[in-house]
Design a protein around this ligand. Structure first.
Ligand code: GLY
Length: 372
């Protein structure tokens, strides 16, 4: 075992992207994934990059982080193409928030006014103006907000590209290899326990999403307070007669049309632990809400029903941080923004691990905030 290598626990979009950036900086990287790389929350996602549509009233630090990350996406996508040959389909058609009834229209007005007040680029549209831009919208649509700068990528291509890039750069991905525990001695990481064997590492990154809290061997004060938030999401297949171009979001559901003809429609937000099966109620909820906004989905083939677990922290904001245990780093808790926050997490974490430096942007997301 080369104890100069960095071990990353978790082969989702966050673990893979941190590993890939470390490799680009000449580090040796081994990624340990308990299932198949990239096939958990990262796969079951719509790939939306939505800093403006998902801006929360009390979340200014998170908004700044999200805006910085979307700005980094073109560079990140270019570097990834260079290393993997795979295009992640970074699409800039924009996003429309829609209101399907009066209640939602009132809610949308509040969201619009908040965004105007903090000078985010948004435009108010009437129902007919919205339908001119996206003709599949229901005649019942009352009003909409146009968000020119919220984009999307193909999250599945992003994962495939990251896996390829990690391999091309000489990283190792150990799939179906759960890490049994981390080893800590004198408040310093000494390695991990895997396949019944102890392996020496001086640096370990905990990036296994909703499962991070349960990692054995962690001292209690560095155990990240994350939980799974279940999301059910559907994949429909668009036809010649039915195409959407833009990402659409009502108060309850969203639509993310992909270049290959898939239409991702999601999602439920459920506090049900690791309950891993889709439910009739979840699918009914998504389809009913989606059909109300875009009736033309009625005849589309339903290709996939998936369940994912968003890793959410106690304050629903990410943890991107070193820890009081020397050599132990944590990147989890990305909740609804995992794909969006991939570039900034990878770049900032690489800087923390290699140079020991945090930044003003990332400081609010330190694990330390949970100590108070
Ligand atoms: N960002 C979309 C979701 O979490 O469902």
């Amino acid at each position: 075992m080369n104890d100069n290598a960095i071990a990353i626990i978790g082969g989702g979009v966050i673990g893979l992207s941190i590993g890939w950036q470390l490799l680009r900086h000449g580090k040796q990287v081994e990624i340990f994934e308990s299932k198949e790389a990239g096939k958990s929350a990262s796969w079951v996602s719509a790939g939306m990059l939505a800093p403006v549509s998902e801006a929360g009233f009390e979340e200014m630090d998170l908004l700044n982080l999200n805006l910085e990350s979307i700005k980094q996406f073109p560079k990140f996508a270019d570097e990834l193409k260079e290393d993997s040959g795979i295009d992640i389909d970074f699409r800039t058609e924009g996003t429309m928030m829609i209101a399907v009834d009066r209640d939602q229209a009132e809610h949308l007005r509040r969201l619009y006014e908040f965004r105007k007040k903090i000078e985010l680029p948004v435009e108010w549209l009437t129902g007919s103006e919205a339908r001119e831009r996206e003709p599949e919208l229901s005649p019942a649509i009352k009003s909409a907000v146009w968000i020119p700068n919220d984009y999307q990528v193909d999250n599945r291509n992003l994962i495939l590209a990251l896996i390829e890039a990690v391999k091309k750069r000489g990283g190792t991905i150990h799939e179906h290899t759960p890490v049994e525990s981390v080893s800590v001695s004198d408040n310093t990481i000494t390695g991990i326990f895997v396949n019944g064997e102890s392996k020496t590492y001086r640096k370990v990154v905990l990036a296994n999403g909703a499962w991070a809290r349960d990692m054995k061997g962690l001292p209690e004060d560095v155990r990240p307070p994350v939980r799974p938030v279940k999301g059910q999401i559907l994949t429909l297949r668009m036809t010649k007669e039915f195409t959407l171009q833009k990402v659409l979001r009502s108060q309850k559901v969203y639509f993310a049309p992909k270049k290959d003809g898939r239409l991702i429609v999601g999602a439920t937000v459920e506090e049900k632990g690791f309950e891993s099966y889709p439910t009739a109620g979840g699918v009914k909820f998504i389809l009913e809400e989606a059909w109300e906004a875009v009736p033309g989905i009625y005849d589309l083939p339903l290709e996939e029903i998936n369940v994912g677990f968003r890793p959410s922290s106690r304050d629903n904001e990410p943890i991107i941080s070193d820890t009081s245990v020397g050599g132990l780093y944590i990147a989890t808790g990305h909740f609804r923004h995992g794909i969006l926050l991939t570039p900034v997490t990878a770049y900032e974490m690489t800087n923390i691990i290699i140079n020991g430096k945090s930044s003003e942007l990332i400081e609010p997301f330190s694990l330390l905030r949970f100590k108070q």
